[in-house]
Ligand binder design. Structure first.
Ligand code: PMP
Length: 356
């Protein structure tokens, strides 16, 4: 390998101008032989996830049209990555931020948001996504705060149309690409990318994925909504799953665009166990660090690849980094102490043997 870097040819005015332009990386060791598999590694964003894009656009679009006033408090319900993205953006721009989040999500997420200066208000896991969302809404109404509305706002899919989709088209310009594989949290990625792909590269099939025990879209049961499009309650097909950031307990309005306009060409269901297993393999055999949802997206890509013709090219979205999951099932089997093989190595030479 020849190492050659030349910088980015520019300097950056703020951390916020470093959002996006994440790399599409080829999988070299764990992909099936008959296909070529790439991953788009959103961990390269400054806040470590795909949600930096949406956080930046929610704030900047609201600044532009006056919905967000200087110094006004921002509030949002989020399972983590949106909160971390918003915390980064609000820190850089000087807005106070309050996040509501149920206590089932990893503690490092809460601590990261607080590290960025945000306040994190917990709700109970039993009250699911709907509980944390209702709390955010209540706080916004009671205090006149700006509610970010990630599950409903057009600013979500718009940023993926303007950035994520453009990056994919540009990176695969003149290259074969047959399948684009991703899950959904809000659906911003699939709806925004779908608009552009269907218009400009309709040869690319978009494969959506969801947990096998929260197969909301696959169930065919429509989501009950209020007049302004918000979910009116939990979807009957939801059960809790370990793929944090994916599939809340309702079908978001932002995702509904992709479903109604037929942006998706297929669906793959994945289990939590498969997701964790693939995330570990991506780290241990490819050196690519991603979270549980990255493993889930990759698991879905492997399933799509198994059905795909010889020579197919696939791109899977990896939404975030793995370091965010140290206290979750992703790292459950990774012990802090030496295992038998490590101990044997320690004892195999005379010096500095570690006591039992
Ligand atoms: N994976 C993780 C870890 C996430 O936090 C999110 C966003 N909630 C997604 C995937 C899905 O992205 P989107 O909201 O654009 O559907």
């Amino acid at each position: 390998m020849v190492y050659s870097t030349s910088g980015r040819g520019r300097v950056f005015d703020s951390v916020l101008t470093t959002v996006g332009d994440t790399p599409a990386i080829r999988i070299n060791r764990i992909a099936p032989d008959h296909v070529t598999l790439y991953v788009k590694a959103e961990a390269f964003n400054p806040g470590g996830s795909v949600k930096d894009r949406l956080a930046l656009n929610i704030i900047e679009a609201a600044e532009r049209d006056g919905r967000l006033k200087p110094g006004q408090t921002v509030v949002e319900a989020t399972s983590g990555n949106t909160g971390i993205g918003l915390a980064m953006v609000c820190a850089a721009k000087g807005y106070p931020l309050v996040i509501t989040m149920h206590d089932g999500f990893s503690v490092e997420r809460r601590r990261l948001m607080r590290f960025f200066g945000a306040k994190v208000v917990l709700t109970r896991k039993e009250d699911k996504g709907f509980g944390m969302y209702s709390k955010a809404k209540e706080l916004a109404e009671a205090n006149g705060w700006f509610l970010a509305h990630q599950f409903e706002t057009p600013d979500n899919a718009d940023i993926h149309e303007q950035t994520t989709a453009r990056e994919i088209l540009n990176d695969f310009d003149g290259h074969r690409l047959d399948y684009l594989v991703m899950g959904y949290g809000t659906g911003g990625t699939v709806s925004g990318v779908g608009r552009v792909i269907k218009a400009e590269r309709p040869d690319i099939k978009i494969i959506l994925s969801e947990p096998d025990n929260a197969a909301l879209v696959s169930s065919g049961t429509p989501q009950a909504r209020t007049e302004d499009g918000e979910a009116a309650g939990s979807h009957p097909s939801f059960t809790p799953h370990p793929i944090q950031g994916w599939t809340p307990d309702f079908i978001p309005l932002v995702l509904q665009e992709a479903l109604d306009k037929g942006y998706t060409d297929g669906m793959e269901l994945v289990s939590g166990a498969e997701s964790i297993a693939w995330s570990r393999r991506l780290a241990a055999e490819e050196g690519i660090l991603t979270g549980i949802s990255g493993g889930a997206s990759f698991a879905a890509a492997i399933k799509a690849a198994e059905k795909a013709p010889e020579g197919s090219v696939l791109l899977a979205m990896l939404a975030d980094t793995g370091e965010r999951y140290l206290s979750t099932p992703l790292f459950e089997e990774i012990a802090p102490d030496m295992n038998e093989a490590e101990r044997a190595l320690s004892e195999s030479t005379p010096g500095f043997v570690y006591p039992m």
